[in-house]
Design a protein around this ligand. Structure first.
Ligand SMILES: [Zn+2]
Length: 394
C-alpha cells in the first residue's frame, strides 16, 4: 500500500517573487520563504481546482502591504478580476521580513511550547514564557534595525545571529515552522476558496469579520486533512516517525496540530501588541474578530474532527490525554498573561457574537462544502452566548 497521497494534474500556473537579497544567504535563512511559498501553492492546487476557480496563484514577498511595515506580522491575498468582475488570478503576499520572523518565532517559542520538558518549566513558572517571548522580540528587533540600515538580507542575518540560530538548527525547527505557516497560508488561500471576492464591494464589517471566521475554519479543516486524516497507516511511515502503532501516529499528529493552533494564538497576541504598540493583546476590531474567539472556534472544530472521526482508533484514555494536554497549555497561557483576562470578556461583546451568526449564514449562502456540518454548531454557539449576555445584563 502506498503511503503517498494521490497526485493531481491541474492547469495551475504559479510564480513566486522572492526578494533578491535572499539569494546571498544560506539554506536555513532562505528556507522560511521557500516553505511558506510551498504551503501556499500546495493548498492552492487543491482548493482552486476543487472550486472551479482560475488556477493561477502567485506568492509575492516583495510587496508593501497597506498599513503594514516590512516587519509586520501579517499576510494577505488579493484577486485580479476582469472588467466583468470575474476572477483571473490570485496573489498572496507577506511583508518582506515576515517569513523570517515566523521562523524565529518557531525556533524560540514553538520549539519550547511543543517540548514536554520545556513546557513543564513554563508550567512551574509561567514568567519563563514571557522571558522567551521577550527574547524572540529582541531578535526580531535586531533584525528590524538592520533592515532599516542595510535591507532584508542583513535583517535576516542579524536576527538569526542575535538568537544564535545556525544551519544545524533547521531540522529541529522546521516542523514547528511548517505547522505555523500552513495555518497562515491556508487561511489566506481559503479567502479565495470561499469566493469572498464576490462581495468585496458591499461587504459590511460584520460580514468581513464573519469571512475571517470562515477562512479560519476552512484552514483548520485542511490542517486536519494533512496532519491527521491523511496519516498513512503503513510500517514505512511509522518507522519514519519512530512510532509503534497507527494509534500512536494519530495521537502524536493530533497533539501537534492542536498545539500548533495554540502557538498561533501566542503569535496573535504578539501581533496584537505590534499593532497597538502596547502589551500582548487578543482584542478584535471592526475588521477582525477577537483573536481569542477565532482561536476557540478553530480549536473546537479541530477537536471535533479528531474525536468524531478517530474514536475507533484512539482509545478513550488517548482522547482524554489530548483534552488534558490542551487544558494544561491553555491554563499556562492565561497564567503567563499571553491570554489577558480582560480579552476573555472581549469575546463576549455583542458585536462579536453577531459575527458568528453571520458566518453561519454566509457558509450556507456561499456553499462551502467542508463547513456544512458546522452551521448548526455555530448557530447553537450564538444562542448560548445570547443567553449568557442576557443573564449578565439582567
Ligand atoms: Zn483573513
Amino acid at each position: 500500500m502506498s503511503s503517498r497521497r494521490e497526485p493531481i494534474e491541474t492547469g495551475l500556473t504559479s510564480s513566486v517573487v522572492y526578494p533578491s537579497g535572499l539569494f546571498s544567504l544560506e539554506k536555513d535563512e532562505v528556507y522560511p520563504y521557500e516553505r511558506f511559498a510551498y504551503n501556499v501553492l500546495d493548498a492552492g492546487v487543491y482548493g482552486l481546482h476543487l472550486r472551479g476557480l482560475p488556477e493561477s496563484i502567485s506568492v509575492d514577498f516583495t510587496r508593501v502591504l497597506p498599513g503594514c511595515s516590512p516587519w509586520s506580522i501579517n499576510a494577505s491575498v488579493s484577486v485580479n478580476q476582469d472588467s466583468d468582475g470575474r476572477p483571473l488570478s490570485f496573489t498572496l503576499s507577506t511583508p518582506e521580513f515576515a517569513p523570517a520572523i515566523f521562523y524565529m518565532f518557531a525556533a524560540i517559542i514553538i520549539s519550547d511550547f511543543f517540548d514536554d520538558d520545556s513546557f513543564v518549566a513554563f508550567k512551574d513558572d509561567p514568567r519563563k514564557l514571557g522571558e522567551r517571548i521577550q527574547h524572540f522580540i529582541d531578535g526580531a528587533s535586531a533584525g528590524v534595525r538592520a533592515y532599516r540600515d542595510k535591507g532584508l538580507a542583513h535583517a535576516i542575518r542579524a536576527g538569526y545571529e542575535h538568537l544564535d540560530l545556525s544551519i544545524l538548527d533547521l531540522q529541529n525547527y522546521a516542523d514547528g515552522f511548517d505547522l505555523l505557516t500552513k495555518q497562515i497560508a491556508y487561511h489566506e488561500v481559503a479567502h479565495a476558496y470561499i469566493r469572498q471576492f464576490m462581495r468585496d464591494q458591499d461587504t459590511s464589517s460584520t460580514q468581513g469579520r464573519a469571512f475571517e471566521l470562515i477562512a479560519d475554519l476552512v484552514a483548520t479543516e485542511w490542517l486536519y486533512n494533512v496532519m491527521v486524516r491523511n496519516t498513512p497507516d503503513t510500517e514505512e511511515y511509522r518507522e519514519f516517525r519512530g512510532l509503534d502503532t497507527y494509534a500512536d501516529t494519530i495521537l502524536t499528529n493530533s497533539l501537534m496540530s492542536i498545539r500548533s493552533q495554540q502557538a498561533g494564538l501566542i503569535l496573535s497576541a504578539i501581533s496584537g501588541a505590534q499593532r497597538t504598540k502596547g502589551p500582548l493583546s487578543l482584542t478584535g476590531s471592526k475588521s477582525h474578530p477577537p483573536a481569542l474567539q477565532r482561536y476557540q472556534l478553530q480549536h473546537i472544530h479541530l477537536y471535533t474532527l479528531i474525536a468524531s472521526n478517530f474514536s475507533d482508533v484512539l482509545p478513550e484514555e488517548n482522547l482524554a490525554l489530548v483534552g488534558q494536554d490542551w487544558s494544561e497549555r491553555m491554563d499556562m497561557l492565561v497564567r503567563s498573561g499571553v491570554i489577558p483576562l480582560h480579552d476573555l470578556e472581549d469575546s463576549l461583546d455583542l458585536l462579536h457574537c453577531d459575527t458568528i451568526e453571520t458566518a453561519a449564514d454566509l457558509i450556507e449562502e456561499h456553499n462551502v462544502p467542508e463547513l456544512r456540518r458546522t452551521v448548526e454548531y455555530l448557530r447553537a454557539t450564538r444562542e448560548n452566548l445570547a443567553r449568557v449576555l442576557q443573564k449578565r445584563n439582567r
